[in-house]
Design a protein around this ligand. Structure first.
Ligand code: UDX
Length: 430
């Protein structure tokens, strides 16, 4: 089929390249000329394992990029993969989605045959039906359900495994309300269903599909926060939380994934999506208590870590190494990284902070230009009074004699990754 993807961000680029890999003709539309040029030259605009290969293979053939909305006219369906950031109050900012829907509508005015518009971005329930559809109608003069259809297809890919996740999903969720839309979605997703070995395909309404995405992320984020809550209790009793969480994960009703206790969750999705669904619930008069508690626990983990440091000494004037700056290992993304509140608090307390990360240093430098950065964990530890481990990069497990170079050998481990050894004043956050 011929597909257009509006937006060449994390999701848009991955989806475009993967649909091309699945045999569709894909055009990726974005306002950023550099990104468009990069894709057309066969280079992925983001770092993601396997993505460069796909873009290189298909660019100039089944994959192309353009800044021109007119390109959608030659396609059967359009996926909207625009960013949906947070407003100050946590609610979702639909500005980019609304603008794209209006531009798409203006373009579709010139299209004579059927078109399907699919929301790919994470949007609060009813957005596709009550915001996207009407905007396209208004701008195109066409009627939803008649001249064109709207659908919603949430994306569950993770950073660092985006291509693998897209091509091997646990489930595919398709939200629509007409048979014609579902037929079109079936045709689009048939090659993926076949390649992925027939994963469950959930067919539902657009608002349900929107909510499934939030429920998915809210559940996973809450699962981690509950693991952290339990691990904090374990710590009070001197109980090994890893043994406890590993054991409960063996119950098939619980499952072992996302029980990794520590400094908590960051990234571009969990913080934004929990905030957005809480704000959306409140806008309808419902107070989501469990979800709010999950957010509160997450917010407090960095403070607990700083308290463990304060038990040793006042950080004022002390050199503190923060090991791991990205929001999780395997990425240079620092969005909502738990290292940010750690560094912020240390700087405010007067500490001399040195940060280290295998790949995220430059991104953190933009955020905190005035702290020191080291080019290796070993360098960061030289003359440090304390090391706070914020991200579970594998290389931190191999640190050993490097700790001998510290002035005071205080190590507070936020991810239970460091290998304990004699001579360290080691404490794990959980
Ligand atoms: C997440 C969802 O997993 C994905 O389905 C959705 O599409 C986007 O949001 P991502 O943000 O890429 O993906 O990262 P993920 O691997 O889920 O980790 C999120 C955060 O949770 C990270 O900060 C990670 O360190 C933390 N985490 C994860 C834990 O603290 N413990 C765990 O057991 C797992």
């Amino acid at each position: 089929m011929k597909l257009s993807i509006i937006g060449s961000g994390y999701v848009g680029t991955t989806v475009a390249a993967c649909f091309a890999e699945l045999g569709h003709d894909v055009v990726n539309v974005d306002i950023d000329e550099d990104i468009v040029r990069s894709i057309n030259a066969g280079n992925a605009p983001i770092h993601e394992p396997g993505l460069d290969e796909l873009v290189e293979t298909h660019a100039g053939d089944r994959l192309r990029a353009t800044t021109d909305y007119e390109a959608v006219l030659d396609t059967d369906a359009t996926f909207l993969a625009l960013p949906t950031p947070s407003n100050e109050d946590g609610s979702i900012d639909l500005g980019a989605m609304k603008a794209a829907a209006a531009s798409l509508g203006e373009t579709l005015a010139a299209k004579d045959d059927y078109h399907l518009v699919v929301t790919k971005s994470t949007v609060v329930p009813t957005t596709t039906a009550e915001v996207i559809g009407p905007r396209i109608e208004e701008a195109s003069g066409k009627t939803v359900g008649d001249d064109f259809d709207i659908a919603m297809n949430p994306e569950f890919l993770r950073e660092g495994t985006a291509v693998e996740d897209f091509l091997g999903p646990d489930k595919i969720v398709l939200g629509a309300s007409t048979e014609r839309a579902f037929d079109c979605l079936d045709e689009i997703f048939a090659p993926l269903v076949e390649r992925a070995g027939n994963p469950p395909v959930v067919k539902t309404g657009t608002s349900e599909a929107e909510m499934i995405k939030y429920a998915n992320n809210a559940f996973l984020a809450s699962k981690i926060s509950l693991a952290n809550d339990l691990a904090n209790i374990c710590k009070e009793f001197g109980v090994d939380s890893t043994e406890v969480l590993d054991a409960i994960g063996l119950d098939s009703r619980i499952g072992s994934s996302f029980l990794g206790a520590g400094l908590g969750w960051g990234g571009s999705c969990f913080p934004k999506d929990t905030a957005a669904i809480i704000a959306a619930a409140r806008s309808r008069g419902y107070e989501p208590r469990v979800l709010q508690a999950a957010v509160d626990v997450n917010d407090e983990q960095p403070t607990r870590m700083l308290d463990l440091l304060a038990d040793r000494f006042d950080p004022d004037g002390k050199r503190v190494a923060v090991l791991g700056l990205s929001f999780k290992p395997g990425t240079d993304d620092i969005r909502e990284s738990r290292a940010i509140p750690l560094i912020q608090n240390l700087v405010e307390a007067g500490a001399d902070v040195v940060g280290y990360d295998p790949v995220a240093t430059e991104n953190m430098r933009e955020h905190f230009p005035d702290i020191d950065y080291a080019s290796s964990a070993a360098d960061a530890l030289v003359d440090a009074d304390a090391a706070l481990v914020a991200t579970d990069w594998d290389e931190f497990a191999a640190l050993d004699s490097e700790f001998d170079e510290m002035r005071e050998r205080v190590v507070i481990d936020g991810r239970r990754i460091v290998t304990r050894r004699d001579g360290l004043d080691y404490e794990s956050l959980v």
